[in-house]
Design a protein around this ligand. Structure first.
Ligand SMILES: Cc1ncc(C[n+]2csc(CCOP(=O)(O)OP(=O)(O)O)c2C)c(N)n1
Ligand SMILES: [Mg+2]
Length: 438
């Protein structure tokens, strides 16, 4: 074999050493925040292609930002969904209710009534407005931060609170972590704590709907951090291969607990641009603009219903509060990020828009907020009668072994007997109220 020059030897010892890039967020606690590097574009400037367009024509929409509401609080451009004022007020009402609900439940956790809660503050438009653009029987596969969908679909608040309290009224019998709801009647798939599993499930459901010749489509919501999971990429591939009638909503709130979006690839490209490589339609949208959120979801739903293909939508937003009640963001990010965030607050933006077009005023807003808070308070009291954490009004202990197998296998029978025996030994006579569950 002929001798070939050895590139390593040629490079010699003077070659620069390689270095590994480890992403680092721009601002840490105490840092002054400057978001001038974030290009948010101009509202109304983005073209709105036909819903049946080819994905490879969507480059600019995957890298830009679809926006409708301007700083003048008016709607601009071809993405304006032109909703009537009554619909806009309904949208505002659902967002206000979601916020009031979050406030109360967060406080409930601090008062020891539940072990856990997660707010969606600042992200309400990405669930409420998007959900309004779907049919009520389209199947949704959300993550844990889309309580706005249930509120928009009219799921009774008391059911949500019973679940959060894991009390005797909890339809899920205390078997799910608080906030991991499920409602077949509301076409709301059970929330899973295992990140991103809902994405291939949504695609599979959409494929089945297409196989059956049904008319319902599927939509899933996944955090930007969770798109780092392999499941998300399998979902994208299956969606495009089978032209599944599905919408993949990526909620880019820029944080995954204490990890910033750079660890999911945000330093290199946009999340919407992932669509292009798969041959999916890709849209990048101002997630704090309720009109843009509605319009984008409606576009993707029309596309799916026309058998024109799946869409990946990135909603660019900001997680305004902690990840959950177990988190303290002051330990890892600058406290002023929230106020400096250039896309504002979705509830305020819709409120100001309605006022600007002469369809709303501060008095009505105050009344709406007050009524939402009062309603949540009243329903919370009703739910508390079914029990709160530690008060014993939960489903009977033995039921944790039921409903999974038609015939309980021998080893679980043994475990159940042992667990019940240990509990009776530890708490002779049971806990107060024990066994009074449904
Ligand atoms: C497979 C898996 N890995 C890790 C976790 C722990 N975990 C729960 S939430 C979360 C952050 C997710 O962030 P993101 O997807 O951006 O959603 P966000 O919380 O911002 O809505 C992590 C790492 C988990 N539940 N499942
Ligand atoms: Mg996130």
């Amino acid at each position: 074999m002929a001798d070939r020059p050895d590139p390593q030897a040629q490079a010699g010892h003077n070659a620069p050493g390689l270095s590994l890039h480890v992403p680092e967020p721009k601002f840490r606690p105490g840092d002054a925040v400057d978001f001038s590097h974030v290009d948010v574009g101009e509202p109304g400037k983005q073209p709105r292609p036909d819903e049946t367009c080819a994905p490879d024509t969507m480059h600019d929409l995957a890298y830009g930002l679809v926006r409708v509401l301007g700083d003048d609080n008016r709607a601009h451009g071809p993405w304006d969904p032109k909703l009537d004022p009554e619909t806009l007020r309904t949208m505002l009402g659902h967002m206000a209710m979601t916020r009031a609900f979050d406030e109360r439940m967060f406080r409930g956790q601090r008062q020891g009534k539940t072990s856990f809660y997660m707010k969606c503050t600042g992200e309400e438009a990405t669930s409420v407005a998007a959900s309004m653009a779907l049919a009520s029987d389209d199947m949704v596969f959300p993550s844990y931060r889309q309580q706005g969908i249930l509120i928009q679909r009219g799921y009774p608040l008391i059911e949500m609170i019973n679940q959060i309290y894991s009390n005797r009224g909890d339809k899920l019998k205390g078997r799910q972590l608080p906030i991991m709801y499920s409602s077949r009647e509301h076409s709301f798939f059970s929330i899973s704590g295992n990140l991103a599993t809902q994405t291939p499930q949504a695609v599979g459901w959409a494929m089945a709907s297409a196989i059956k010749g049904d008319t319902r489509i599927a939509a899933t919501w996944v955090g930007e951090g969770s798109t780092a999971e392999g499941d998300f990429h399998s979902a994208c591939l299956f969606a495009t291969v089978y032209n599944a009638p599905v919408i993949l909503n990526v909620i880019n709130n820029q944080w995954a607990i204490s990890s910033f979006s750079g660890f999911a690839g945000a330093e290199r490209t946009t999340f919407a641009a992932r669509a292009l490589g798969y041959g999916l339609a890709g849209l990048r949208v101002d997630g704090n603009d309720p009109l843009a959120c509605y319009a984008a979801e409606q576009w993707a739903a029309n596309r799916a219903r026309a058998n024109a293909g799946p869409t990946l939508i990135e909603f660019f937003t900001y997680r305004a509060e902690g990840h959950s009640t177990s988190d303290d963001p002051s330990g890892y990010r600058s406290a002023t990020e929230r106020e400096e965030w250039p896309l504002g607050d979705p509830v305020m933006r819709l409120k100001k828009h309605l006022i600007e077009i002469g369809e709303w005023d501060e008095e009505r807003q105050e009344k709406m907020d007050l009524e939402a808070a009062e309603h949540v308070k009243k329903v919370t009291k009703e739910a508390e009668a079914n029990g709160i954490l530690g008060h014993g009004l939960h489903h009977p202990f033995r039921t944790m072994f039921e409903d999974v197998f038609e015939e309980l296998p021998w080893h679980l029978k043994e475990q159940a007997e042992q667990a019940i025996h240990e509990r009776e030994t530890k708490f002779p006579g049971g806990l107060p109220n024990e066994g009074k569950g449904a």
